[in-house]
Design a protein. Structure first.
Lengths: 147, 147
DNA sequence: CAATAGTCGACTAACTCAATCGACTTAGTG
DNA sequence: CACTAAGTCGATTGAGTTAGTCGACTATTG
């Protein structure tokens, strides 16, 4: 039930971009440093997120990446699906990857996997980057006040 | 967020053993056929489950595998952890694999991963093989009555 | 003692993951 | 207009994991 590092990096990058939304575009390098992600690897990830429509970019000096819509309109589930595919623990209960389950005899399990899928999807679909950015800002402020 | 085939096979095998609990031990071959799992691969899986204490076995004719305790006392989470390790999407929120998270700046995400882990764990820990076997029997009976 | 059935460790082929590289295109600056 | 900063793109790689196989061994029963 592991998340790939790509998925993790992608959500961290999206969070970083959300924190700086409506400022200048962010360089790959800056995101890379802020979130400690290998630059060359991050490049691929951002490109993939751009192709999926979540990011826009500008080339040349003062270029960089920025969100294509407000962070409140992007949730974690979409991002993870772009990077890692369906959220379901096994394909036959996936909403995005339909597949017929040939194992009638183990249908007792199928219901369970469905529950898991739904729970995970619900949590991740509810979490917007707006909210995550807010949580992060609050955590940082708390730390500065000395907790 | 995928389950490994090993984890899936293991839970199917445990379900099959639960369905025949308190009868004769089941041969690897019979489980393999009933649940459509490669025999030689299943062998490894059963051995691993045995070493973890969930199964016992008897050699020789009329031998086979059987549960070491009633299906009501075994839940899916344990089985998956034996095969695939921690349920958590990333290590820093795992209960079983403790690791320090060096990314203060992305703590907004940590809370989310924790929610996911807890939700998954709760569902899988609640599901016993007794219950799953019951569901399976009901589904089969329903199918026989012609639904 | 022959046949059955689990045990064990080694092995491998295929695949995925994480990451790197080089060459290219585009955009702004002096 | 030349230079440089920055994103784009495709290919490749190395390590590790996964899924599965194999052969030789041990224990049990009839």
């Amino acid at each position: 039930m592991r998340l790939s590092t790509k998925g993790e990096y992608a959500s961290r990058a999206m969070l970083e971009l959300s924190l700086h939304h409506e400022e200048k575009p962010l360089h790959i390098r800056d995101i890379s440093k802020a979130q400690d992600i290998p630059e060359r690897f991050l490049e691929q990830i951002l490109l993939q997120l751009k192709r999926a429509g979540y990011l826009r970019s500008r080339k040349g000096p003062n270029g960089g990446y920025y969100l294509s819509k407000p962070p409140a309109e992007i949730n974690v589930a979409e991002v993870i699906r772009v990077m890692d595919g369906p959220l379901a623990p096994i394909d036959c209960v996936s909403v995005t990857a339909h597949e017929v389950c040939p194992h009638e005899s183990s249908c007792g399990l199928k219901g369970l996997w469905k529950e898991v899928r739904d729970a995970v999807a619900k949590i991740m679909e509810t979490a917007t980057f707006e909210e995550l950015a807010e949580r992060t800002r609050a955590a940082r402020a708390g730390r500065r006040r000395g907790a």
